[in-house]
Design a protein around this ligand. Structure first.
Ligand code: PLP
Length: 250
């Protein structure tokens, strides 16, 4: 979102979150980012890469801030299926200036289909439709029909699978003495070693060993962190984590 906005000439202020604060933004920090030009707050919970879900009280406060300053809230809820009980959709606030984005990539493992959807007011949808017609023309009809049919599918098994994998990854990360917060949702662990290392270099070296993890720098100023994704079966994850153990020691 940051890069898209910057590319469109929009100024972005990021609320930096810390592992020490369990990745929770402070509501006063969000307020201090707002000035008379501010138009929108962008949220992504459950979060990629931290797996954080905001406590309800904090989310209530953020919605109040948006109302007070008459701001849009763009909430990327792509990981909503993969979340603990604390998670609450921005839709549930019935706030007129909400824009919720969703995708079939995570809930239905349909990444290659390249389809998602937006829930918002008629006015916002009309504007987005015009933009889409210019940028994308349209998503092909067979894909639209496939996606609509998939909406009726039961995706509980996907959720269970990711949950089991995340549990195993957390066990291994604890054994490895990595620093991380147990994810509340999504499908990742965002971790760092006790002695900070340059994870961009580490990730390059790991690729040569056949292991792909994402360097923290891809998510902002988090160069000492790396993101492990629970997107392989447990046997493959175990093998990958063995490679990680060896290479972190080198
Ligand atoms: C938070 C978040 N939003 C959006 C996307 C993009 O999903 P899609 O495959 O629908 O483009 C991702 C993909 O990883 C994501 O993590």
């Amino acid at each position: 979102y940051r890069q898209c906005a910057i590319h469109s000439g929009i100024k972005v202020r990021t609320v930096k979150k810390k592992l020490e604060h369990k990745w929770e933004p402070k509501s006063e920090e969000s307020t201090s980012c707002i000035n008379e030009n501010t138009k929108m707050i962008v949220l992504n919970y459950p979060n990629n890469p931290t797996g954080k879900v905001l406590p309800k009280k904090l989310l209530d406060e953020i919605v109040e801030i948006a109302k007070k300053h008459d701001l849009f809230i763009l909430s990327d809820e792509i990981y909503s299926n993969y979340s603990n009980d604390e998670w609450k959709s921005i839709l549930s606030y019935n706030y007129q200036k909400s824009i919720i984005t969703q995708s079939f990539s995570k809930s239905h493992s349909m990444t290659g289909y390249r389809i998602g959807y937006v829930v918002s007011s008629q006015d916002v949808i009309n504007k987005l439709t015009r933009l889409q017609a210019l940028c994308l023309t349209n998503v092909s009809e067979p894909i639209q029909y496939t996606a609509m049919k998939s909406l009726n599918d039961d995706v509980d098994d996907n959720v269970k699978t990711i949950d089991e994998r995340l549990t195993r990854l957390q066990e291994i990360c604890k054994e490895m003495d990595l620093e991380f917060v147990n994810p509340d949702g999504a499908m990742y662990i965002f971790a760092r070693t006790k002695n900070p290392i340059n994870t961009s270099e580490l990730c390059e070296r790991l690729l040569e060993e056949g292991l792909a993890i994402a360097p923290g720098i891809g998510f902002g100023d988090y160069n000492e962190f790396f993101r492990i994704s629970a997107c392989q079966d447990i046997k493959t994850l175990n093998e990958g984590m063995d490679i990680l153990k060896t290479k972190i020691k080198d």
